[in-house]
Design a binder for this molecule. Structure first.
Ligand SMILES: [Zn+2]
Length: 492
C-alpha cells in the first residue's frame, strides 16, 4: 500500500484561506507548478528559502509514494522592471548594462541558480521549461483570449481587459482585492498608455526598434507578458486543471491573480486546486534589499565572506536553519540565529550517528509507533517542518537515554525508529550528514598519502615506470601531486 493512503495530508490553500484535505485530481499523482527565477541576477537567500519550501514539499510527496510531476520554470523573457507593463525587460536591461547578448545573461544566471540550489541539496524538478521555449504556446493562448473579447489589441500590443473579465468572473479571487477599489485607487491613465483600464495587463508587447528580444506574432514583432508564460508552461505540462501552484508570497498579486484570469478566460475553469505561497526571509529584522546593503548572498554564508557573519556556515546548517520555521511564516536571518541552528544541527547529527551503536533489548520502554505518527502528523499538517524538527529532538532525547541504558527498544522497534529518523532527516528535510562527508575526505587523504608513500618507495628503488604510473593515474583522477622541499603534497 502506498504511504499516502495511511497519511492524509492537509494543505493551506491561499485561495480559500483555509487548511484543506489534499485530494489529488488523479489518485496517487501530484501535478505541481512553481514560479521559477527571473534569471537576470544572482539568486539571493530569500529565493533560496522560497524554493527550499517547495523542495521539502516535493520531497514529502515523494516520501508518501506519490508520483509527482514538479514543473518549475525559468523566466528568461517578459519580466518587466518594477513588474509593470511600461518599461524595460529585466534581462534586456541587464544585457544592455553589461554589453552581453540577452541569452548570455540568461545562461550565466541560470547556471548560478542551478549551482546554488545544488549546493543546498535541492532535488531537480521534473521539468524546467523556459519562457522563450514556449512563445508559440503563448501566442495560441493570446488568440483564444482575444476570441472571447477579453483580450484586445492596441498599437501592436495585446492587453487583458480586467473590467470586462470581471463582468462574468471575479478578478481578485485569490488576493481578496476588489476591482472597484483597485480602480478607485489608481491614477487615471496618462494618455500615453494603450490600455483601456489602468489594471489591464499585457499579454503581448510590441518591441521597440532597439529591443533585441523579439519574436514575430500576428500583432507585432514583440515579446510575451510575464503572467502569460506561467499559464502557458503550467497547462502545457500539467493540463488545464492541476493540483498545486506555488510561489513566493509576493507573486500572489498581480502575477497569480492574472494567471487565474488568463486560464479562466481561456478554458472557462479555475486552473488550480491548491494555491500555496511561501513567506519571505528578512535579515536582522528588515527586508533584504541590495540597494540598502541589508543583503546576503547564499555563497557568502558558505564562505563567511560578509560582515554580518561571525564565520562560515555549511549548506546543511543553513538548510536546517530555514526549515526551523514554517514555510508560511516570515523567517529572520541573523548571525545569532544561525549559530544556534548550527548547535542544533550538530546535536541532531551526533544522535543520528549514534543510532547504529544502540543495542537491542527484549522489551521496549518507548512507544516508537506513536512518536513516528506524531512526526507524520507534523508534516501532514501543512508541511509543518518546525514541529517535525521538535519531534526529531524528542528522538535525540530518546537516543541519549537509550545510549545510557535508561530506556530500551526491541530490535524491531529499533529498526523502525532508525528508518523513520533517516527518512525524515535525509529524504524529507534534505539534510546531509556533513561529518560523514568529512570522514570520507579524511579517508581520501589517507589513500592519496599512501600512494605518495608508494611512489617515493618506487623512486628510491629506481622503479620510475611505477612512480610515473602512480603520478599519471592520479592526474587522470584530477589529483595533482606537487614535489617540494617539504616532501610531496597534493591538490584535488
Ligand atoms: Zn509565474
Amino acid at each position: 500500500m502506498p504511504l499516502y493512503t495511511s497519511q492524509p495530508l492537509k494543505i493551506y490553500n491561499s485561495l480559500s484561506g483555509e487548511k484543506e484535505n489534499f485530494n489529488p485530481i488523479h489518485e496517487g499523482n501530484v501535478g505541481m507548478y512553481v514560479c521559477g527565477p527571473t534569471v537576470y541576477s544572482n539568486v539571493h537567500l530569500g529565493n533560496v528559502r522560497t524554493f527550499m519550501s517547495f523542495d521539502v514539499i516535493f520531497r514529502y510527496f515523494l516520501h508518501l509514494d506519490y508520483k509527482v510531476r514538479y514543473v518549475r520554470n525559468i523566466t528568461d523573457v517578459g519580466h518587466i522592471v518594477d513588474d509593470v507593463d511600461e518599461g524595460e525587460d529585466k534581462i534586456a536591461k541587464k544585457a544592455r548594462l553589461e554589453q552581453l547578448e540577452p541569452m548570455e545573461v540568461v545562461q550565466r544566471y541560470t547556471v548560478d541558480f542551478h549551482d546554488i540550489l545544488k549546493s543546498f541539496n535541492f532535488l531537480p524538478p521534473s521539468i524546467e521549461p523556459t519562457a522563450t521555449g514556449h512563445i508559440i504556446e503563448q501566442i495560441e493562448i493570446i488568440k483564444k483570449i482575444m476570441d472571447t473579447g477579453i483580450g484586445y489589441e492596441a498599437n501592436g500590443s495585446v492587453y487583458f481587459d480586467v473590467v470586462k473579465y470581471n463582468e462574468t468572473n471575479n478578478y481578485g479571487v485569490l488576493s481578496g482585492r476588489n476591482i472597484e477599489d483597485m480602480l478607485a485607487n489608481t491614477r487615471d491613465l496618462d494618455g500615453q498608455s494603450d490600455k483601456r483600464n489602468p489594471q489591464d495587463f499585457a499579454l503581448w508587447k510590441k518591441a521597440e526598434p532597439q529591443h533585441i528580444m523579439r519574436w514575430p506574432s500576428p500583432w507585432s514583432d514583440g515579446f510575451p507578458g510575464w503572467h502569460l508564460e506561467c499559464t502557458a508552461m503550467s497547462t502545457k505540462y500539467l493540463g488545464n486543471h492541476f493540483d498545486i501552484h506555488g510561489g513566493g508570497m509576493d507573486l500572489k498579486f498581480p502575477h497569480h491573480e492574472c494567471e487565474i484570469a488568463q486560464n479562466e478566460a481561456c478554458t472557462g475553469q479555475s486552473p488550480v486546486n491548491y494555491w500555496m505561497h511561501a513567506n519571505m526571509l528578512t535579515l536582522n529584522g528588515k527586508k533584504m534589499a541590495k540597494s540598502t546593503g541589508n543583503n546576503i548572498l547564499p555563497g557568502e554564508i558558505l564562505s563567511g565572506d560578509n560582515t554580518i557573519l561571525s564565520k562560515a556556515f555549511s549548506a546543511s546548517v543553513t538548510r536546517f536553519f530555514m526549515l526551523q520555521a514554517h514555510y508560511r511564516s516570515i523567517l529572520d536571518f541573523s548571525d545569532d540565529a544561525i549559530v544556534a541552528a548550527e548547535k542544533g544541527y550538530k546535536r541532531l547529527m551526533e544522535a543520528v550517528d549514534a543510532l547504529p551503536t544502540i543495542q537491542a533489548s527484549n522489551t521496549s520502554s518507548i512507544d516508537i509507533a506513536s512518536w513516528k505518527q506524531l512526526s507524520y502528523d507534523a508534516m501532514n499538517d501543512d508541511f509543518n517542518t518546525p514541529i517535525l524538527i521538535a519531534q526529531l529532538f524528542e528522538a535525540v532525547r530518546y537516543i541519549n537515554l537509550l545510549k545510557e541504558g535508561k530506556e530500551t527498544l526491541t530490535s524491531e522497534d529499533l529498526k523502525t525508529f532508525a528508518a523513520a529518523i533517516n527518512a525524515f532527516v535525509f529524504d524529507v528535510l534534505g539534510l546531509s550528514d556533513e561529518k560523514a562527508t568529512d570522514s570520507n575526505n579524511d579517508k581520501l587523504e589517507g589513500v592519496v598519502n599512501m600512494l605518495i608513500g608508494m611512489r617515493n618507495q618506487a623512486r628510491a628503488d629506481k622503479n620510475f615506470a611505477l612512480s610515473d604510473q602512480i603520478r599519471d593515474q592520479l592526474i587522470a583522477l584530477g589529483i595533482q601531486l606537487k614535489d617540494g622541499k617539504e616532501g610531496t603534497s597534493f591538490s584535488i
